[in-house]
Design a protein around this ligand. Structure first.
Ligand code: AMP
Length: 360
């Protein structure tokens, strides 16, 4: 295209269109942006591997890792993630697509995310379903997924329960109780907090990482992880008698993630429940869930996953697999992280003129 044609096109576009339409007309390359926390290193690395320029929006005090690891072509520093809206226009001018992750949802909240005008990967409306426990219950029940019992009143506690505080706080403050009296004793330390009382399920915690492509309409299993939680994961190092004499209490503060593979014979089951979750999401919140998501739960000795949480976006448990998981290696035969899989989806969508299908 000659300079004069380009200029003419630009002038016509500027007269009638918004900046995003001008960018579309000029076919300016898309960039991938996210906020610097949670799984940003993986998302940005994956985007670079797929040939995108990348932007990291970062709190000044957290910028060091994003300078240490060369995954961001540009770093936009802000004082607080709550100032994200102030730099939104800059991201639109950069022609960026924002990738949501756990911290993004936590700091911006779904109502603000819904108002964003910058391109956003994934169905924004589905984020409501992950942050609202009642909606989550409706969705998972419709998908015939087993969930732990919820106690709507402490008076009804008749078995071991785990008490969880609202908001993604990485398990901080959660406590166990065996009776109504014990619940009241322990909740006294948290007078103003909202909580949920859930049946404590005994088994092994498993987080299943899925990806559903709206382009191929295929579900993929990208991996599994388990969390490394303090002090739950080290309490076994203390003898039971010492636990009692020192009045040790279990806590579930997440420190890191541990990679995991499951028995191969369990894969059909995990695929089936993932498919049901996607299918129901399409009925409940069209066009449904697409991109990465995670079922988080406990596998009991009868080999059933009792799901206590669903995340409708990338989870930090995919971070051990920046160079790919055993499962993505089977499918792609090249390093394929969840972050890279997102970028690949966007790339394929752009090449096939279907970008609208992966934004929402
Ligand atoms: P969450 O913040 O919901 O991801 O929970 C943090 C951790 O608490 C999990 O990784 C589990 O170790 C534990 N946990 C949460 N819910 C349950 C439950 N219903 N039964 C047993 N353990 C649970």
């Amino acid at each position: 295209m000659s300079i004069s044609t380009l200029k003419r096109k630009f002038e016509i576009a500027a007269k009638f269109a918004k900046i995003s339409q001008i960018q579309k007309m000029l076919k300016l390359p898309k960039k991938i942006a996210t906020i610097g926390s949670h799984s940003a290193l993986q998302i940005l690395k994956g985007a670079k591997d797929e040939g995108f320029e990348t932007i990291c929006v970062c709190e000044r005090k957290r910028v060091k890792p994003y300078k240490m690891f060369p995954v961001a072509d540009k770093i936009i520093e802000i004082d607080s993630f709550r100032d994200f809206l102030k730099i939104e226009k800059q991201l639109i001018a950069e022609n960026a697509i924002v990738i949501p992750h756990g911290s993004f949802v936590e700091y911006l909240k779904t109502d603000k995310i819904k108002k964003l005008k910058v391109d956003h990967f994934g169905n924004k409306n589905i984020l409501d379903w992950e942050s609202d426990r009642r909606k989550q219950e409706k969705w998972l029940t419709a998908a015939k997924i087993k969930m732990p019992l919820i106690f709507d009143s402490p008076e009804k506690i008749d078995r071991p329960v785990i008490v969880k505080f609202h908001g993604a706080r990485g398990g901080r403050g959660y406590f166990l109780a065996n009776s109504t009296a014990e619940f009241y004793k322990r909740i006294a330390a948290h007078p103003d907090e909202k909580f949920t009382i859930q049946e404590y399920v005994v088994g092994v915690p498993i987080y299943v990482h899925y990806f559903y492509s709206r382009i191929t309409r295929e579900l993929e299993i990208l991996g599994f992880d388990k969390r490394y939680e303090s002090n739950a994961d080290s309490i076994g190092r203390v003898a039971a008698t010492d636990q009692i004499t020192t009045n040790l209490q279990t806590s579930y503060t997440i420190v890191g993630n541990i990679p995991l593979v499951v028995r191969e014979s369990l894969l059909p089951y995990f695929i089936k429940i993932g498919e049901r979750v996607v299918e129901q999401s399409q009925k409940l919140e069209a066009p449904g869930l697409f991109g990465p998501f995670c079922l988080e739960g406990i596998v009991t000795s009868d080999l059933i996953l009792t799901v206590f949480e669903i995340s409708a976006r990338i989870v930090a448990g995919t971070n051990p697999y920046i160079a790919g998981s055993p499962y993505t290696f089977l499918k792609y035969n090249e390093p394929m992280s969840t972050g890279r899989r997102i970028a690949r989806e966007i790339k394929i969508a752009i090449e096939n003129n279907q970008l609208d299908k992966v934004l929402g």
